[in-house]
Design a protein around this ligand. Sequence first.
Ligand code: GRF
Length: 189
Amino acid sequence: MRIAILASGTGSNFEAIMKAKQKGIVTDDICLLFSDQKQAPVLEKAKKYGIPTVSFSPSEFASKELYEKQLRELLLSQKIGFVVLAGYMRILGSGMLETYANRIINIHPSLLPSFPGRHGIKDAFTYGVKVTGVTIHYVDDGVDTGPIIAQKAVEINPYDTLETLEIKIHSTEHALYPQVIAELTKNMN
Ligand code: GRF
C-alpha cells in the first residue's frame, strides 16, 4: 500500500508515523507528504526523513475545485492507495472523497462527536470535562464527522493546565495513529 500524508502544520503526527515506520510498526510505504502551506514545518520534517514533498495552496488556483483536481491527480499519479490527514486543515471535496472512499482517515484531538473543529483540546479544557481524548475517523464532507475508527480517552486532572493537557493529547495521538494506520492497511491492496 502506498500512503500519502496531508498536513498543514507542525508535523508531530507525521513524525510519529515515520518513527513507527522505522520501528517496523507501520510496514506500508509513506510515499508522499503534501502540504497546502508552503512554510509548514512538516515539510522540513519530511525532507529529514527523505520523504518526497509537494506543496501548493488553493490561492494558486482559480477555484477550490481546481486545487483539489490537482491534488487528486498528484495522488493518482503517485499511485497512492491510502491517504492520512495529519493536521490537514481543510475540508475535502467530492472528487477526493469519491476517488478515495473509505481510504482517507483523520485524527482529531477530542472524543468526537464532542468538541469538533480547530480547537478540540482547548474547547474540552475550557468546558471542564473530566475526560477527553483522541479520535481517528474516516473522512467525509463534514467537519470531523466521519465514521469513527478508534478512540482513546485522556483524563483531565485538577492539576492539568491547557499546556499539560496538550502534551498528554499529543502523546496519545502519536501512539494511537501509527497503530491504527498499520491495522487498517494490513489487509488492503
Ligand atoms: C493534531 O492535534 C491533530 O489531532 C489535529 O491537528 C493536530 C496536528 O498536529 N488534526 P501535528 O501537525 O501533527 O503536530
